[in-house]
Design a protein around this ligand. Sequence first.
Ligand SMILES: *[C@@H]1O[C@H](CO)[C@@H](O)[C@H](O)[C@H]1NC(C)=O
Ligand SMILES: *[C@@H]1O[C@H](CO)[C@@H](O)[C@H](O)[C@H]1NC(C)=O
Ligand SMILES: *[C@@H]1O[C@H](CO)[C@@H](O)[C@H](O)[C@H]1NC(C)=O
Length: 559
Amino acid sequence: MFACRRYGRPRRCIFYIFAFVISQLVFILILLRNESYDDLLASGQLHRNNDSGKNYLDWSEFISHRRKGLEVYYQYNLHLSDTLGVIRKLPSTRHCSCDSRPRNLPPPSSCNVSVVISFHNEARSMLLRTIVSLLSRTPKEYLHELIIVDDGSEDVTLLDDLRRWMDVFLGTRDRLGLIFLVNQERMGLIWSRNRGALLASGHHVLFLDSHCEVNEGWLEPLLERLAQDPNLAVSPILDPIDPKTLSYRRGNEMLKGGFDWSLHFHWLRRRLANQELPEMPYKSPAFAGGVLMMSRDWFLKLGGFNAYLKIWGGESIELAIKLWLCGGQIEIVPCSRIGHIFRRRHAFDFPPHLDDHQLSSAQETYLHNSKIIAESWLDEYKSMFYALRPAARRIPLAHTYDEMRQLRGEWQCHPFEWYLRHVSPELRMHFDELAATGTLRNEDRCLHATHKDSDLILVSCHLSDITQWRMLRSSGQLSTQRELCLGVAIGRRIALAPCGRNGTARMAQQWLRRGTHLLHAETHLCLDNPLKDRLELSPCRSQAVSQSFQFALEMESRT
Ligand SMILES: *[C@@H]1O[C@H](CO)[C@@H](O)[C@H](O)[C@H]1NC(C)=O
Ligand SMILES: *[C@@H]1O[C@H](CO)[C@@H](O)[C@H](O)[C@H]1NC(C)=O
Ligand SMILES: *[C@@H]1O[C@H](CO)[C@@H](O)[C@H](O)[C@H]1NC(C)=O
């Protein structure tokens, strides 16, 4: 500051300070990076190439051979990923008590791990960082093998390059088995993971995504749980890595995995029992993401991921239901942390389907898979699924689900009712509180709330994203999936408004079922569609067809 005043040139001075700070930052960055390389070298995980005297790590060479034009697939900051280096220090995100707890691990010969990483069009730098973080932060003796499945990527030389790179990288390290598999044609995540698990020879199998960075000490807490209960399947907490900035944040251990009656994944709030601490392992109705580990034998006995499911979607929900009903459990272990990039939409295309113009092929694949789950596991509750996803009825299944029923018999699996009672009270509550659900039909049209402005219109019931209504038993509210409720506004106009939580707000949104009529409780008038395209309230007439509204699924006999 003294210098600044003397020269009387504050702007230039600020520039110097700025330049100085930047150069320091760059320096620190280089230092940090070297440090992590050195850590690896010291621990014997990396090897110098003694021929050239160069650091063997020709990472830039490896990533420069990638195929161009695949950037659209990645949906994360490729440039940043390419410049981050092969490994970086990650913040410690787990509770501090996780570090100090003594671990009671069985010997590696009885609980080692085969890691299966399957990918389709992953950026080279991202894949490499996943692998290197895994190799450098996993105790050698417990890592039995690494199985890498290239599921028909367009970068056709990637696997060969990777094989060569890993040869140098691993040097004389023994013990680690390496298996590289290629699907010449895209088979999808489900088949790829099954293929990897079939070839695995470790005690446990871990399925890892190809855009992850494992954090320090991730494996031990998982192994410890599996040693205590061999029928368990465990997941780490996935710490989100931002797709734009690749910054690493702390994942939330107060959430569980679950799903709704459309068989879509949902986060559920975890409630702590008496004396339960947030960092303790906890039960979850479904996996919270695609990273999971379990005994290989147990996985194969359960038939692995259901091979009738196509490409991607629903497989981890299916495995979760299967596990719980047939004698297993799912736990999330907060002391285990793995960074993961959550992308906003499917990073890859689904094969096109030409015969259906209403659903995109991704939706159709998802619906196909959901239908198999509903048919093989949901018992009588599958009517809930069909009520909410009517388009699923039209989807043909190539196979019957007899095999699944047979497995359920052989294994004496519980009925789905048991899952509702013991595993997911949330899903059950959702069922119990419904009086009716699904599309709301008047003659040949269905009531639809537009996505843009929530306008109410009457349209063809076959619209693919037609509004699914829920009539709540206790409050009489009629709500959409976006928590908007049908109510009566000024001038007796029928309109949607956020579902009210208090008495007054609820009153204007309360409806009563009278036969197939919907009676507005406050005004004692009936919902009517006299002109075939507009809703209004009018005095109830028991025979009026324009006042008859049917839900796809009625849960109780009407009064
Ligand atoms: C490189 O190192 C390996 C073992 O570390 C050794 O066997 C080999 O002879 C070395 N090669 C050269 C050219 O020094
Ligand atoms: C890993 O586990 C498998 C199966 O339990 C066993 O056959 C194998 O010997 C183990 N590997 C090591 C290196 O202990
Ligand atoms: C009830 O909720 C509505 C909005 O849903 C709000 O405008 C109103 O003030 C609330 N009334 C009371 C008594 O809290």
